[in-house]
Design a protein around this ligand. Sequence first.
Ligand SMILES: NC(=O)c1ccc[n+]([C@@H]2O[C@H](COP(=O)([O-])OP(=O)(O)OC[C@H]3O[C@@H](n4cnc5c(N)ncnc54)[C@H](OP(=O)(O)O)[C@@H]3O)[C@@H](O)[C@H]2O)c1
Length: 310
Amino acid sequence: MKVAITGGSGFLGRRLAAAHLQRGDEVRLLSRSRKDGPGDGGRWFQGDLSADGNLRAFVDGVDVLYHCAGELRDESRMQALHVDGTRRLIEAASGRIGRWVQLSSVGVYGARGAVSVTEETPLNPANHYERTKADSDRLVLAAAASQALPLVILRPSIVFGPGMPNRSLHQLAGMIRRRLFFFIGPPGASANYVPVDNVIDALLACGEHPAAPGKVYNLSAWTTMENFVAALAGAMAVPVPALRLPLLPMKLLAAVAERVPGSPLSRARVEALSSRTRFPDDKIRRELGFQHRLGLEEALGQMFSAGKTP
Ligand SMILES: NC(=O)c1ccc[n+]([C@@H]2O[C@H](COP(=O)([O-])OP(=O)(O)OC[C@H]3O[C@@H](n4cnc5c(N)ncnc54)[C@H](OP(=O)(O)O)[C@@H]3O)[C@@H](O)[C@H]2O)c1
């Protein structure tokens, strides 16, 4: 099997590449900084999706193209990469690949409030990252419809594991370790995280399963915030926090506190700790036989147990 991976040097892409290499597959990897040629068991193609360049050699003739390149922090780069870059990749790949696997995000639903978000929930992105990821999905969906590009979209929640670029889990762990953490609002808020190894399994299923083309799949190892915080505290061998503060005063306080540079309290953080939104992943389990290989306790233990500094 031949595969091509954009974002092949990233947190998710490099693990996906390793999984394919372990199976004996031919792996092509795109990066802005690596020189053309062999390396790490795959073949690197130097290329910037945000700029014009030749992507044909990278994609030509692969069975699966995984589009994993993404920008999670710098808003000024998101439109050029997620939208213009996806358009360039579609132009290069149309008619030349067996299947496109799009690594999207549950962020595209922009869902807020106590709802169960499924693959049928309309997109309602709220911030620039979510909007540009949603536009990227719309582009590949349109290409799939008009140019018969076999497409699978995977939308994970927050992916965690050693080397994760998103710092929010480390900050949460730091608050628990320093005994500064408190729950916000009534019990039962949602923790929408998923271990990176499970996401790689899901990507492989999206790339290989005959029933996957034409489908969108959400992926999240949902649990309550209480369970997640207890698992995190357990992994670090520190006491499980018990303090709980009411939601409305915390929202008001956060609106003021976030104006102070460096404040740990913000409306976004209050929302993240009190949201009751869920992203059930029954569809990928039912249709592709996917199962979460690692449980949250085990995955958090691998990352945060004593002596480990992720
Ligand atoms: N991490 C999460 O929690 C999470 C959750 C849901 C969805 N996702 C999605 O998963 C994807 C991968 O995320 P990640 O966490 O692995 O990110 P990451 O570690 O920051 O990796 C980003 C990758 O994108 C590549 N890239 C960035 N700009 C590029 C450009 N202009 N041209 C070509 N390649 C470019 C980088 O390659 P070079 O620097 O080598 O060029 C790098 O390999 C993203 O699309 C993200 O939206 C992530």
